[in-house]
Design a protein around this ligand. Structure first.
Ligand SMILES: [Zn+2]
Length: 283
């Protein structure tokens, strides 16, 4: 999957594949200029946006894998934010804390069940309460497994429901993390800085932020949803489940309305690229 970049030398568009590291070294095929695009976006955001684009393009089944991966990567982001936030509170050197965290994560990196365990503990320690949203029902685990492992063909409405569920959960947890998320973002900035230090002088550096489903919320342009009490409705029986589903779906639809057009334009080759480092205005 690729995204448009603008050559800082000749201003022509070059499409670049999303890199795992969010660092993209580019040689312009038109003028030969070399530039490096640093994408200020977390992996869970990239994955959720890819899922949204797939859904908008009619690839409902394919979208499920991206939404599910987005949730897993968000849990990693949460653990990283919490661990670095704590280290900052204890005045541990940031690089030392990141090194210890990376080393720890390697023990759980290949098994999602282990990661879920780390997330559950991080949530308990940070919030002082049970992560009650970790039930298979609240996570849509059965649906996900049916589609991904058993080849089930879901309807678009089912996938939208799943996307809404994942979106609402990430949105809620981002809200709870608040400024705590900045610690994990700082780790990305530091990785950028070390790549930057090794770049030759003739390489132009470009920092980009992309329109995304979570950006609206995080940069405060998404209008607040009417609150139903301080906490998110728990998955219970009967009406309360329907209420929760309706709330999730309204939240997702609103974000989709606000950001979907931007994402769509963003994805089409030849379409206008987002100016670097700028949050585009919402129509
Ligand atoms: Zn060029």
């Amino acid at each position: 999957m690729d995204f448009p970049t603008l050559c800082p030398e000749c201003a022509r568009e070059n499409r670049v594949e999303f890199a795992d590291s969010a660092v993209h070294d580019v040689s312009c095929p038109h003028c030969g200029a070399r530039y490096c695009v640093f994408l200020r976006k977390q992996k869970f955001e990239v994955l959720f946006d890819l899922g949204t684009r797939a859904l908008m393009d009619g690839y409902a089944r394919e979208a499920v894998a991206s939404f599910s991966a987005a949730l897993e990567r968000f849990m990693e982001f949460y653990v990283r934010s919490y661990a670095l936030e704590r280290a900052a509170g204890a005045e541990t050197d940031f690089s030392v804390a990141v090194g210890a965290l990376d080393g720890t994560w390697r023990h759980v990196a290949s098994q999602s069940e282990r990661q879920l365990g780390m997330f559950a503990l991080a949530y308990l320690l940070r919030e002082g309460r049970e992560p009650d949203f970790l039930s298979p029902r609240a996570l849509g685990t059965d649906f996900r497994n049916r589609v991904i492992h058993r080849g089930s063909l879901p309807t678009r409405a089912e996938v939208e429901g799943y996307a809404a569920q994942v979106f609402a959960l990430i949105d809620r947890l981002l809200g709870e993390l608040g400024p705590g998320a900045a610690h994990a973002e700082l780790a990305q900035e530091q990785a950028f800085a070390s790549h930057l230090a090794g770049l030759p002088d003739d390489v132009t550096v470009v920092f980009e932020e992309h329109p995304g489903m979570f950006r609206a919320r995080r940069f405060g342009t998404l209008a607040p949803m009417p609150k139903r009490g301080k906490t998110f409705p728990p998955a219970g029986a009967g009406d309360r489940v329907n209420d929760a589903r309706a709330f999730q779906s309204a939240l997702f639809r609103r974000a989709l309305e606000e950001r979907g057009t931007l994402l769509k334009r963003f994805k089409t080759p030849g379409a206008e690229a987002t100016p670097s480092g700028e949050e585009p205005a919402v129509d």
